[in-house]
Write a protein that binds this ligand. Structure first.
Ligand SMILES: [Zn+2]
Length: 184
């Protein structure tokens, strides 16, 4: 290896070599110029770090949330009638659920279904980027967006959505702190 000022160092032990030395006086290794090029190439294309347990954990949580909310959202949007009749078989009066009518209940079901669907798509996108370890900042932003969207359920008095949003934000923080694992 050679530094900027042209001083040569032993490839094996790093000992400084005199200009006329072809063998290292310390370890006896032969000084090879071709190693220099290889060494420079290696340091220039340093690979990104491997996936850390935190990153794997964040990815698993994102995919778990994505599949759960995509399922829930699709159910509410594709077969709201079925969910309403299921609720009707348990309670006879919609006001016990906090809705003026069964129509209002179905509407709330459909809107929250849409919220779940949007959150699920955002989480799936963030989860994919985490698995690929590409585009760190978009992955973090998508994760935060997925968490914030859930807060829309507060409109229906669903306070557990605060807890979900906090969980989502902590996953976003996990991604944020693992930026060294991402390629770009
Ligand atoms: Zn040496």
């Amino acid at each position: 290896m050679k530094d900027e000022s042209g001083i040569r160092y032993c490839n094996e032990c790093g000992n400084e070599l005199q200009p006329d030395e072809t063998f290292c006086p310390q370890c006896g290794a032969y000084y090879r110029e071709e190693d220099e090029a290889k060494w420079e190439e290696k340091t220039q294309t340093a690979p990104p770090g491997d996936a850390t347990p935190s990153l794997v954990m964040a990815g698993v949580m994102l995919w778990a949330w994505a599949s759960l909310s995509l399922f829930e959202g699709t159910m509410a949007l594709v077969m709201p009638d079925y969910l309403v009749s299921a609720a009707q078989s348990v309670v006879s009066d919609p006001t016990t659920l906090g809705y003026a009518s069964w129509d209002a209940y179905q509407q709330a079901l459909e809107v929250s279904g849409l919220v779940y669907l949007i959150s699920g798509v955002l989480a799936a996108a963030s989860g994919t980027l985490s698995v690929l370890r590409r585009y760190w900042l978009p992955a973090v932003v998508l994760c935060v967006a997925s968490a914030v969207v859930v807060l829309a359920l507060l409109y229906f008095g669903d306070f557990s959505s605060i807890l979900l949003a906090l969980c989502g934000c902590s996953v976003a923080y996990m991604l944020y702190s693992q930026n060294f694992c991402f390629r770009e």
